[in-house]
Design a protein around this ligand. Structure first.
Ligand code: URA
Length: 260
């Protein structure tokens, strides 16, 4: 024990310790700070996030808004081996883009190109997604792009339920960190995971859904568009979905018309 430690040093080392705990995956712990032990502890006291930026003082209204950074979530993932995809991947594909994006695209999982480069949507499906983003009059750098699973399922098979279960909490944390105004779920896996439904994408698309208070537009996956041809009905369905997204964001809708 250091006798009469300097409060500033004490505060700094406590913050460093909490930072370490958070990096190791802990995002809260029970602590009854109520003076009156006959009163039940408040929610903030029992399960609030660790308030690093506020020190360990009582959470203020401002600190209730505190959310963790994408860097911290990436650090928590580390060299992830939480599911069997960790054994076969080359690179974990976390996500790319603007941490303050108003719009987030969520795909299914990395393919071979993404696994190689460690970046989502950089292969053929990525080129199709870029086409959609450019047609919307925005840029890839302005939005954020990530996936339901962060490691490539071998042979591009679909992600399995246990893999989605291990990985999706990190996606939820990314979305909570970014707090976008709109989410676009690309394809069945993203839409069904985020909306916790088994409804097919053909039924889900075309209408905003509610993801924890954030409007979420399910639409077809870019790979599906590639398979169905560049000017197909599904391509124009996606364009109609993106038109609604632009309108919600109060962005101009570039004039494109479906070829009859
Ligand atoms: N398909 C996806 O769903 N995500 C990618 O990152 C690439 C292809």
């Amino acid at each position: 024990m250091i006798p009469n430690p300097d409060p500033a040093i004490l505060r700094a080392s406590l913050n460093a310790y909490l930072e370490e705990l958070r990096d190791s995956g802990l995002d809260g712990f029970p602590c009854d700070v109520s003076q009156d032990s006959s009163q039940p502890p408040t929610r903030a006291a029992t399960c609030g996030d660790i308030q690093l930026h506020q020190g360990v003082t009582k959470p203020s209204a401002d600190s209730a808004d505190h959310h963790e950074t994408l860097e911290n979530i990436r650090r928590n993932l580390g060299d992830c081996q939480r599911c069997k995809l960790g054994r076969t991947r080359k690179n974990l594909v976390f996500g790319v883009g603007n941490p303050n994006a108003r719009l987030v695209f969520v795909g299914e999982g990395p393919g071979a190109d993404e696994d190689e480069k460690g970046e989502p949507f950089v292969g053929d499906a990525g080129r199709m997604l870029n086409r959609i983003i450019t047609a919307m009059g925005i840029t890839r750098e302005e939005v954020y792009i990530c996936n339901v699973v962060k490691c490539r399922p071998p042979g591009n098979r679909n992600p399995e339920a246990d893999e989605i279960e291990s990985c999706s909490p990190f996606l939820m944390r990314q979305l909570k960190s970014i707090k976008p105004e709109v989410i676009v779920a690309l394809g069945k896996f993203a839409a069904q995971t985020l909306l916790e439904t088994r409804e097919p994408i053909s039924k889900l698309r075309g209408r905003f859904r509610n993801f924890h208070g954030i409007p979420l537009m399910p639409t077809y996956h870019p790979s599906y568009l590639l398979r169905s041809g560049g000017n197909s009905d599904s391509f124009w369905d996606v364009w109609e979905d993106m038109t609604q997204v632009l309108q919600l964001l109060k962005l101009p809708v570039p004039d494109k018309s479906r070829k009859k």
